[in-house]
Ligand binder design. Structure first.
Ligand SMILES: Nc1nc2c(c(=O)[nH]1)N[C@H]1C(S)=C(S)[C@@H](COP(=O)(O)OP(=O)(O)OC[C@H]3O[C@@H](n4cnc5c(=O)[nH]c(N)nc54)[C@H](O)[C@@H]3O)O[C@H]1N2
Ligand SMILES: Nc1nc2c(c(=O)[nH]1)N[C@H]1C(S)=C(S)[C@@H](COP(=O)(O)OP(=O)(O)OC[C@H]3O[C@@H](n4cnc5c(=O)[nH]c(N)nc54)[C@H](O)[C@@H]3O)O[C@H]1N2
Ligand code: SF4
Ligand SMILES: [Mo]
Length: 716
């Protein structure tokens, strides 16, 4: 007997509603939930693999302990006891900086993990914390903190109402939107053009999104900050700024004008690859559109000047009056308002309170840049990392110079991974502790409705049961946290253990219910949201279009936008130096990445339905560069950088600009110690064996994954 269950796809930020056909606890069919008012039945090919994850024979289903190169099952209580004993031994011997935590991307796609994580992190007492943030959205968070006073105060392009959209360094046709939670983002972008609007894409590759835009401008990798400065320069120069009502609660207008005055289109043209006249024409078109908005994402963040570039995106949206305006860059008001919740517990964010030991890179929100993880493990000295816990992360494939990290991990005295797979990272762990997967747990989103183009909310109960012996992430994290506290005798640990027991007794359901009732559509509002009400609406609820919320929703002490925070004003000197020291280097190549619709970072390649067919892990090379290096489509080349090399097949294509080569990320499943049989048969090569841990945006500490200098030569 099959039954139908409504759930939410937790694989990307689009949070599509899905209808799962379930028979004997196995998913037999996945469809889009046509009654979801937000995603309206849309899904992408990855949704079909939701069931594959749950039933994957390679999935870790019981705690595993590594003995040499072999893993053997251990009962939960033994595993937990060993975890506590070994972490505590390292911490006592070498101090709190010797214990590290790496938190990966799927964590934010699980509200239960998100809710328990602060408790776990406190119990672990890890001074050295890392996450996927610093290979991703950190520049946006820094800009939010510095300009709006809260690290989670993100604006969202109002794609449903804008008429002129700039997209820099994002490819929503493949990624389904990032910091742009929108069911069926393609249809929403197409609607802009259908109503007479215009889309311009700035990208070193003519992406799927660029193909469907009105105009594509080849951006030189790392050129965005320069380009944006010159656009602002033009707007001031030609009297085209129009901040409107923003002016009354924005500080720093003159400082901005004075900074951008140096960056004329002529000065930056070579660095960004856009001609001076073109920059001026683009700026004028942006300024003259009634509902224009500038949106930039990953490609703008993970580059040498990502910090300044993310700031300038906001500054430009202020300058054209788009911030907080319908059809502009708006702020969502989610039913569970993580902004208020985190502010209430004193977590609005902080920056540069301390620095990393080896390279002196700044912390953000208590985390250090992931680009420093390997060197913090392999560089001897006081404070060296000796123990590492990973949660839902695969930094060997996802952080720069992952090969160095893979060489460093065996030197740890203890490593534990809380993960569903034994993969390129977790196979180094002494203990692997499994958890349930998305469709086996209840689902709602705490982060993504904050990034959503409409206010919306959806809650789903588990669609299938986890395998016997597999615990939820909430239970694994709380169990470990409680055991850590109980192993210590301080009054503080006893108090924390008490608080933790209370949170466990409540459970995630009651916590979600309380957050909903206390939220902006809660008990005192007409919507009167509660968990019961969401359960009575299994397709989710639309809570209306985004509304103007400034200045009330600002978190700065004076309720004003800081247009030019000091950190950026100082970093601009680095951009001037870069322009002045620039040398022509004809024939040189830089590497960028790319995302593909059927792939999800590094961990969905064990689903045959997603990886079968033609090898997607090819190096795109422009025809001129291919001719210069005498390589053709199908040839294998060695792609080399300062940090390492891989051998990859070439695909000659004028999609990429001359001087740019592109390889997708998340591949490189050739580690014989992993347990990923399908992925190992479709291994590809890891771009992060070639990206460089030394290349970061020093302001934010974000890895410069894009624009890595490389060479290619025919493979032997
Ligand atoms: N199918 C699929 N969807 C995903 C993911 C996935 O792996 N696969 N991952 C998810 C995650 S974790 C995230 S964070 C989001 C990211 O979602 P997006 O931000 O849309 O990320 P990408 O698709 O990588 O697009 C980044 C673009 O930046 C371009 N680029 C590179 N360097 C530069 C530069 O210097 N300047 C400019 N202007 N552009 C540059 C690249 O060519 C690329 O087209 O996607 C999410 N969705
Ligand atoms: N060169 C290059 N590198 C990149 C990027 C790029 O564009 N180019 N993109 C970057 C971005 S945006 C991101 S977000 C990072 C991602 O970097 P990471 O978060 O480090 O890696 P993922 O590939 O997302 O791996 C997720 C891990 O979580 C596990 N997992 C999956 N579901 C669950 C679950 O429900 N519970 C638990 N406990 N574990 C689970 C998987 O088995 C896997 O080990 O990669 C970054 N790296
Ligand atoms: S776009 Fe695809 S991966 Fe993203 S939530 Fe929807 S179905 Fe899942
Ligand atoms: Mo990401």
């Amino acid at each position: 007997m099959s039954r139908s269950r409504f759930h939410t796809c937790n694989l990307c930020e689009a949070v599509c509603g899905v209808e799962l056909e379930v028979e004997a606890n196995a998913v037999t069919r996945v469809r889009g939930d046509g009654l979801d008012p937000f995603s309206r039945g849309h899904i992408c090919p990855k949704a079909a693999a939701l069931g594959d994850l749950a039933s994957d024979p390679d999935r870790v289903r019981e705690p595993l302990r590594r003995v040499g190169d072999r893993f053997e099952p251990v009962p939960w209580d033994h595993a937990v006891a060993e975890f506590v004993e070994r972490v505590e031994a390292v911490r006592k011997q070498y101090g709190p900086a010797s214990v590290a935590l790496y938190v990966g991307n799927p964590t934010v796609h699980s509200h239960t993990a998100t809710l328990m994580f602060p408790f776990f992190a406190r119990a672990l007492k890890a001074r050295s914390k890392f996450s996927a943030t610093s290979v991703d959205q950190l520049p946006h968070m820094l800009a939010s903190l510095e300009m709006f006073g809260h690290q989670l105060m993100f604006s969202v392009p109002d794609v449903d109402r804008c008429d002129h959209l700039w997209i820099l360094g994002a490819n929503p046709y493949a990624s389904n939107g990032s910091f742009l939670t929108a069911g069926n983002v393609r249809a929403r972008l197409e609607a802009i053009r259908a109503r007479g609007g215009r889309i311009t894409v700035f990208d070193p590759r003519r992406t799927e999104t660029a193909e469907h835009a009105d105009e594509h401008v080849f951006m030189r990798p790392g050129g965005d900050a320069f380009f944006l400065l010159a656009v602002l320069h033009t707007l001031f120069d030609e009297g085209l700024t129009n901040p409107g009502r923003l002016r009354s609660f924005t500080d720093g207008w003159d400082a901005l004008r004075s900074i951008v005055s140096w960056f004329s289109p002529e000065r930056v043209a070579a660095r960004c690859g856009v001609a001076p006249d073109k920059i001026r024409a683009l700026a004028r078109a942006l300024a003259s559109a009634p509902r224009a908005v500038v949106y930039g994402r990953l490609g703008v963040c993970t580059q040498e000047f990502g910090g300044v570039a993310a700031w300038l995106l906001n500054a430009l949206n202020v300058a054209i009056g788009a911030l907080d305006r319908e059809g502009g860059a708006m702020f969502a008001e989610p039913a569970i308002d993580l902004l208020r919740v985190s502010a209430a517990i004193g977590q609005r964010g902080h920056y540069d309170k301390f620095r990393s030991r080896v390279r002196g890179l700044p912390e953000f929100g208590g985390e250090l840049p992931s680009a420093t993880l390997a060197e913090e493990i392999d560089t001897p000295g006081d404070g060296q990392i000796r123990a590492l816990v990973t949660f839902a992360g695969n930094p060997v494939l996802s952080t720069p110079n992952g090969a160095r990290l893979a060489r460093a991990l065996p030197n740890l005295e203890f490593m534990a991974s809380i993960d569903i797979y034994r993969n390129e990272t977790t196979r180094h762990a002494h203990l692997i502790l499994p958890t349930s997967v998305g469709i086996e747990r209840a689902h709602t989103d705490l982060a993504f409705y904050l990034l959503s183009v409409r206010n919306a909310i959806r809650y789903a109960n588990p669609a299938v049961d986890p395998p016997s012996g597999v615990k939820s992430d909430f239970d694994v994290l709380s169990l470990l946290a409680l055991s850590l506290h109980e192993s210590r005798s301080s009054a503080k640990d006893r108090a924390s253990a008490l608080a933790l027991r209370a949170a466990r007794a409540l459970g995630p359901r009651a916590i979600v219910d309380a957050l909903l009732r206390a939220g902006p559509y809660g008990a005192l509002r007409p919507e009167n949201l509660s968990l019961a009400k969401l359960e009575a609406h299994p397709h989710g609820l639309d809570l209306g279009p985004l509304r103007s919320v400034l200045p009330a929703r600002l978190w700065t002490a004076n309720k004003r936008v800081r247009l030019v925070p000091d950190v950026y004003a100082r970093d601009v000197q680095r951009l001037k130096n870069a322009l002045q020291n620039e040398r022509e280097s004809p024939g040189s190549l830089v590497l960028i990445g790319r995302r593909q619709l059927r792939s999800n970072n590094s961990w969905m390649h064990n689903s045959l339905r997603l990886v079968k067919g033609r090898d997607p892990c090819t190096l795109l090379v422009h025809p001129e560069d291919a001719a210069r290096h005498a390589v053709a489509t199908g040839d294998r080349v060695t792609l080399r950088s300062r940090s390492g090399s891989v051998t990859v097949p070439v695909e000659v294509s004028d999609e990429v600009a001359p001087g740019v080569v592109s390889l997708p990320h998340g591949w490189g499943h050739d580690d014989p110690q992993s347990q990923l049989r399908v992925a190992r048969a479709h291994p590809g090569a890891s771009i992060n064996a070639v990206t460089d841990d030394h290349l970061v945006d020093p302001l934010s500490g974000t890895a410069a994954l894009s624009g890595v200098p490389v060479t290619i030569e025919p493979a032997p």
